[in-house]
Design a protein around this ligand. Sequence first.
Ligand code: DX5
Ligand code: ZN
Length: 219
Amino acid sequence: GNTTLLAPSILSADFTRLNEAVTTAQEAGADWIHCDVMDGHFVPNITFGPFIVKAVAACSSLTIDTHLMISDPDRYIPDFIEAGSHQVTVHQETCPHLHRSVQLIKSLGAKAGVSINPGTPVSTLESIIGDVDLVLLMSVNPGFGGQKFIPSSIGKIERLHEMRNTYNPGMTIAVDGGVTTENAQELVSAGADALIAGTAFFKAPDPAEAARQIKAASR
Ligand code: DX5
Ligand code: ZN
């Protein structure tokens, strides 16, 4: 079947060597660079804003995949697209007007994603799924890299995969949090197309080998 898309999360990289980290990801065959934006409000951690996304984009020829874990994302979506994001994902939990947020992203020329937390059912995506390019299923509670995969996420991937067949066959299913070389195949078998990997890629003794193993997962 199809090979799995790999998106290393820059959050787990050495920020004193951002350019090298991006190059490592590129040379390892990564497909996207995942940028984790946290505001200390929606999630209990603060990371970086458009300024760093712009720096990452300047070092990279890969798809810049920006994950906004922030309240009121509509305020900042234009800045993140201007900074070079090709895909912008907002959280269902932070968007009272989710359809408007998705349309805003698309109107600015980027692909639109919606993410849900581990405690949010996939059924809450039913009305938006036809309008998105990707769904980012969180398999840890967002806020930090290096957390353990939450096993009940497998059932959510399967359920989302069924929903996709009904509502939007072209949509990408991405899984984010606690992805490892060990669980990659199980996630892809359940229906994942893209795997986000922070720790499993950047903290691996051999990132290129980790990338090869994750991308080898197939349906
Ligand atoms: C969690 C972030 C994830 C995280 C992944 O809040 O959205 O993208 O950086 O890191 P690992 O792969 O280490 O769980
Ligand atoms: Zn993320």
